[in-house]
Write a protein that binds this ligand. Sequence first.
Ligand SMILES: Nc1ncnc2c1ncn2[C@@H]1O[C@H](COP(=O)(O)OP(=O)(O)OP(=O)(O)O)[C@@H](O)[C@H]1O
Length: 290
Amino acid sequence: MRKNILFVINPIAGGNDKEEIIEAVKQRAEALMVALEIYKTTGEQDGKRIAKIIEQSNFSRILIAGGDGTVREVVDAIKDKDILVGVLPCGSANGLATNLDIPDDLEGQLKIAFGEAFMVMDILEVNGQTCLHIADMGVNAALIENYEESDVRGKLGYLLQTIPTLAQSKFPFFVHVEANGENLREKVILVAIANAKKFGTGANINPTGFMDDEQFEILLFKNFDIAEIIKTFYGDISQSKEFVTTIKTTEASIKCEDSIPFQVDGEFMGHKKVVHAKIRPEKLKVLCGS
Ligand SMILES: Nc1ncnc2c1ncn2[C@@H]1O[C@H](COP(=O)(O)OP(=O)(O)OP(=O)(O)O)[C@@H](O)[C@H]1O
């Protein structure tokens, strides 16, 4: 049977031109004699439209040129269908691609997108939302909130928000975590709910986490030290017990005494007091680097 690929492109993701990627994918599909259907997102009802397109054809894989937001939308549209997903990262945040070892060069990305190496990864549900790599409450979500309101994009824009965010913030805060039948109360600056190891910035906040181990980690970052926080987001992370407590689980409730900034896969989701996280029964087959 001839292979069918759906190619979803978010034209505005990352603010960059997608023509080179589109042409390269078209050429590769043609060379492999694979039928390619293209869907360009509009920002309106894309999830519903993609779900309808998937219903009408028998796609063996979906390639996505976009950022984490576009990938999440496609994953929601796939539901429990057996379709391989490949990411050609071009968003301003590409945390999932970072965790899948997708390289920066287009040739390397195409090799993976049209290759056969894939992982069967877990999907988290966090307050009813699909979460593929990391959700968190606290200082990182506050940075994303401020970043989304600022004019400077990219890593610099994010870094520029660090000092004002910390200066005006209500951190540290108290959090109650209920997981594995136990309760824990800690004073923290950030609670991460991590399916993956790394933030989109590349920082490896969860070195013991795997995306295909049917569990996730709750990481309670405790120290309020600006130098340590900046290192955490951009480089090496201290895994000392004074700095972070890690809980491995399949379901957890996180309750805060105040409303705290909350983000899922790099998208700011408002201020929350309660976050419930669990592993979904369905999995995602995703093409990866190794
Ligand atoms: N044609 C379009 N015009 C405007 N917005 C769009 C369009 N297509 C998709 N979107 C929006 O793009 C967002 C997803 O972007 P994605 O996360 O993939 O890339 P990004 O560059 O990281 O985005 P951002 O920096 O805005 O988070 C969604 O909010 C979606 O509604």
